[in-house]
Write a protein that binds this ligand. Structure first.
Ligand SMILES: C[S@@+](CC[C@H](N)C(=O)[O-])C[C@H]1O[C@@H](n2cnc3c(N)ncnc32)[C@H](O)[C@@H]1O
Length: 245
């Protein structure tokens, strides 16, 4: 199929269960919190280093913020969060409500498909810094046309040239033998091809490519972090932040 195979169907806009969120994801996230400590603290360090000169944050696909540090969220006066998951607002407040009440951060959730409405969303929040919170790598599950999905993911950087933005997103995922030490965090300033990345990290077997190798502009530092989603299932997550051109 080509990239111009017609419009995306958006089948999950009003769904409770989706391939990238919903009750199964929340249940797993709740029970895996302790096992995610190293990943969450590595991510917290990256977010601490990201200091966009903005009082407001546009948070894209945050779910319930299971991996996000409350301290990072509390830095902002206002957070506008966009997610299609109907459970996200309540569970996000369960995770971060107390901290953001203390910092007087105003939180507004919007149930929108951000791929469909991206340009409208950007226009509505011209002064917000933007964080894609691990949703770009999920887009491959929302669009059955791989070429079009890759092209959509790669299009965002060109639409954000005047904005401060950051993203963390899945690069690869696959089976990982329980008990084997996780790959060490790594950095690169260039896009790393997925097969090369798997080989560099010593990942054997079949790995799912999340089509995000070229999400970030060239020259931007990429930080690769291991995230043990399940006891035998590993994700390699990439973090990067971008200043206006
Ligand atoms: C893996 S979860 C994010 C996890 C989050 N970083 C956390 O700390 O809990 C991905 C989220 O992206 C949302 N999402 C995926 N595609 C979306 C889209 N096109 N528009 C809005 N939300 C989307 C899903 O509903 C889901 O809540």
């Amino acid at each position: 199929m080509s990239a111009d195979a017609g419009p995306i169907a958006y089948p999950y806009d009003n769904a409770l269960f989706t391939p990238s969120g919903g009750p199964v994801w929340h249940w797993r996230a709740l029970w895996r919190q302790l096992r995610w400590t190293n990943f969450k603290s590595e991510l917290a360090g990256r977010l601490q280093d990201w200091q966009p000169p903005a009082k407001n944050l546009l948070l894209l696909g945050p779910s319930a913020g299971w991996c996000l540090p409350s301290g990072f969220l509390s830095r902002f006066e206002t957070i506008d969060a966009i997610d299609i998951d109907p459970l996200a607002p309540t569970l996000f407040r369960f995770n971060h409500g107390l901290a953001i009440a203390r910092s007087k951060t105003r939180l507004h959730f919007h149930r929108l498909n951000l791929v469909r409405s991206f340009d409208d969303i950007l226009q509505a929040y011209p002064d917000h810094a933007i964080l894609f919170a691990n949703m770009l790598g999920q887009h491959t599950f929302h669009d059955e046309n791989e070429t079009r999905a890759r092209s959509t993911i790669e299009s965002f950087k060109g639409r954000l040239t005047h904005r401060h933005w950051a993203t963390f997103h899945d690069r690869l995922s696959g089976f990982y033998p329980p008990g084997q030490p996780l790959p060490k965090a790594a950095t690169s300033t260039e896009a790393i091809d997925s097969a090369v990345l798997a080989s560099q990290l010593g990942l054997a077997g079949q790995w799912l490519d999340h089509l995000t190798a070229n999400t970030l502009p060239n020259g931007v530092e990429r930080h690769l972090i291991a995230w043990p989603l399940l006891h035998d299932w590993l994700h390699i997550v990439e973090f990067g932040s971008v200043k206006p051109a």
